[in-house]
Structures are given as structure tokens and as C-alpha cells.
Design a protein around this ligand. Structure first.
Ligand SMILES: [Zn+2]
Length: 405
């Protein structure tokens, strides 16, 4: 048995395990004077160190000192496009120099560049690139991450991406949750109807690895009807549906998500009052991605309105080369407070407990007995400092399934 104690933190901060919506999101469980005993990757006891000490001695537990520092649950990034090859920094530099999106695409940039580079990269190369990114995410407190395909847009490369995600899951500490996003865009030179037929044909193989199926439901991409059709078929193969919805336009994706009983709708920068009430009456998690709004300079989601209406909110990075190249979930929380109207405790809940719920992970995202021991020791005594002193990394020690990593 492997045992570890996080000794004498300034405070343990956890979202309430049973709360996914409503005012309780802003009311975290705060424990002063307690330490955490972990056995075999699971939180076994939360009590003053004196009470745990004997057991720790018996188990020859590793003791991790946390004096003067706050401890929070590990972060869960429930929406990322982690695996891709090629750099879009030239696009970025052109944009900073005043070039338009069309001019950048005309010079060979944009998603076309990423798709070409990802198709060309070997599995080993893709793994190496993604592994470096995972290391950066881990150091910033990410202990679980959803990862989507969608830069292959052909059967061979989409499966290559899924295999990369599955293999990396067992080769480094962050738990990875694979999502099939074959319907991310229509590949250049192909008719949409032909490509959708190809995506449907990929579903049985994709379902061997992917837990979720996603689609980019948006004007100029895929319609609500196409989304319904594809995601229903995906479900028949065992993949749960989620959707990129309402990033630029409200075209009926929310109705489709409600009809499908989708697990989540992600983006929601453009949302009508009626759509908010429909989401509030559903069990769909509303995943907001404020890093995208910052990077693309588009409106931010109405986080306050979603929470006040009774929706289930969550936050994620949407890490990707085109619209948010940042892996920092601490920055996401700061933006959520500064631009989405979230309270500090709500932002923490949205990046831990609620994000784990969006991935249908049980007992992940809280500091409670019987829950997975993914913990972060911060460099500050007040956890709110991590969000207030924004743009910095306040994670000092990462504990994943009970081990310091
Ligand atoms: Zn995305």
C-alpha cells in the first residue's frame, strides 16, 4: 500500500461534493487545522495531524509539509485540443502586424496548416509534442484533461490522434479523456456531405477509444440537423454527445443539445435569454472558455447569467493553436472572475468538481474522503491569491492519485 500525508496546510479548500448549480457553488468547504491522509490514490481521512500520525507511522507514509499554504483539488481541463503538430506563431505575428484572417489563410496559415502538419507527423512525433505540453499543464496544476481529435479530418489521422491520446494516458501522470471530433471542419477540397459520410464510417473505430463524440455546430461548419444525426449515431456506438455551440451565432444548436440530452455544450459566447432558460431546465453542463474570448477578442460568455438562471457551469482552456494557445487554468479562473462575472469560489468549483462532472468522472474534483487524491499545494495561504495575482503559476506541488509528481 502507498500512503501519503499532506501535513498541516493553512487551509483545505474544496467545492461542495453535492453541488453542481445554484448559490452553493460560491460556498466552498473550508477546513482549517486538518491534514489529509491518502491511501492508494484515494483520500482516506481528513483530520488534525495528531489524529493521523499513528496511522501514518504504521503505514510508513510519505509526509508532505504544507505549512502556511492552501491546498485545493487538482484542476480538470474538460475541453482541449492538445494533440496537433505545426506552429501557428507566424499567423499570430501577422495578426499582431495587422493582417486579417483572410490574409493569413491566404498565406497558407489557419487550420489548414495545422491539419497538414498533423497528417504529416508520425505518431511518435505527435506524442513527443503533446508530452511536452502535458508537462507544462501538469506544472500548472492540471491533473485531468479531455483531449479532442479534429486536426486529421481523415480516417487515418483521426485514429492516429486517438491512439496518441490513449498511449499518452498511460505514459504520464495526467488522466486523459479522449473525445472524437472528426466533425471539427470540412477538409479542403471535399464536399461536406461526402465528409460527413466519412466521419460516420469512422464512428465504430473511434468508439473503441473515445468516450465522447463532439461536433462544431456553427454557421459555415455543421448545422444542428447534421449534429443531431451524427451524435445520435455516435451514441449508438457508445460515445456520449457534446457540442461546440454558440461561439459566433445562435443557430439552434442549444435546442439540438437539449433534444440529445448532450453531456455538455461548450463556448456559449452568444446566447439568447430563451436558450439560457432551456439550459437551466436541462442537465447539460455549460462549459465556458474565456481564454478564447481574450485571444480572439470576441464577446465573453455570460457566466453570471448562466449561474443565476440555475445552469450547471464549468470552465476549460480550449487549448488549441488557433483560438487559445494557453494551457493555464489559473488564467482561465482569473478571466472568469474578471470577465464572466464569477465569484472566486465559483471559478474554483468550475475548474474542479464541475469540470470533472462534465467528463462524467466520479469522485474527482473535491477534497473529501473516498475521492481521488488529486491535490495541489499552492504558494499562498489564501487560495484566492492564485486568482487575484493573475497570469502567474501559484502551484507549488502537484499530487496525482496520492503521489507527488
Ligand atoms: Zn474547442
Amino acid at each position: 500500500m502507498h500512503s501519503l500525508i499532506v501535513k498541516d496546510p493553512a487551509v483545505l479548500v474544496s467545492p461542495q461534493a453535492s453541488v453542481l448549480r445554484g448559490p452553493g457553488l460560491g460556498e466552498p468547504v473550508l477546513r482549517w487545522g486538518d491534514s489529509v491522509l491518502i491511501k492508494d490514490g484515494v483520500i482516506a481521512a481528513i483530520a488534525p495531524f495528531a489524529e493521523l500520525a499513528q496511522q501514518a507511522l504504521r503505514d510508513t507514509a510519505t509526509i508532505v509539509e504544507a505549512t502556511g499554504r492552501a491546498v485545493v483539488p487538482g484542476f480538470v481541463d474538460c475541453h482541449s485540443h492538445l494533440v496537433f503538430a505545426g506552429s501557428r506563431v507566424d499567423d499570430f505575428a501577422l495578426r499582431c502586424a495587422g493582417a486579417s484572417y483572410e490574409e493569413i489563410a491566404g498565406q497558407g496559415g489557419g487550420i489548414g496548416l495545422t491539419v497538414a502538419a498533423t497528417r504529416q507527423a508520425s505518431k511518435a512525433e505527435l506524442k513527443e509534442i503533446a508530452l511536452r505540453r502535458l508537462g507544462r499543464a501538469l506544472r500548472q496544476g492540471t491533473t485531468t484533461m479531455e483531449v479532442k481529435t479534429g486536426y486529421g479530418l481523415d480516417p487515418q489521422t483521426e485514429m492516429k490522434m486517438l491512439e496518441v491520446i490513449a498511449e499518452l494516458n498511460s505514459e504520464q501522470p495526467i488522466d486523459l479523456v479522449p473525445t472524437f471530433l472528426g466533425a471539427h471542419a470540412v477538409p479542403r477540397g471535399m464536399m461536406k456531405s461526402d465528409y460527413l459520410r466519412e466521419v460516420r464510417a469512422m464512428l465504430p473505430d473511434a468508439a473503441q477509444i473515445a468516450r465522447f463524440c463532439d461536433i462544431f455546430c456553427e454557421e459555415g461548419y455543421f448545422t444542428p440537423a447534421e449534429s443531431l444525426d451524427l451524435l445520435e449515431t455516435a451514441r449508438s456506438y457508445g460515445m456520449l454527445p457534446r457540442m461546440h455551440a454558440n461561439q459566433f451565432h445562435s443557430i439552434g444548436c442549444i435546442d439540438t443539445a437539449v433534444e440529445l440530452e448532450a453531456v455538455s455544450v461548450d463556448h456559449l459566447e452568444v446566447l439568447t435569454v430563451e436558450e439560457i432558460s432551456r439550459l437551466a431546465a436541462s442537465d447539460i453542463t455549460c462549459v465556458m472558455l474565456p481564454g478564447v474570448s481574450l485571444f480572439l477578442d470576441i464577446p465573453f460568455a455570460s457566466g453570471r447569467a448562466l449561474i443565476d438562471a440555475g445552469c450547471i457551469p464549468a470552465l476549460a482552456s480550449d487549448f488549441n493553436p488557433g483560438s487559445n494557445p494557453s494551457l493555464s487554468l489559473q488564467l482561465v479562473m482569473s478571466l472568469a472572475c474578471l470577465r464572466l462575472g464569477l465569484r472566486v469560489a465559483e471559478a474554483l468549483a468550475c475548474i474542479t468538481r464541475s469540470a470533472a462532472h462534465a467528463l462524467r468522472l466520479e469522485r474527482v474534483g473535491c477534497i473529501e474522503e473516498g475521492w481521488q487524491a488529486d491535490l495541489l499545494i499552492l504558494d499562498c495561504a489564501d487560495y484566492r491569491d492564485m486568482i487575484y495575482y493573475y497570469g502567474e503559476n501559484h502551484v507549488q506541488t502537484v499530487i496525482k492519485r496520492g503521489r507527488v509528481v
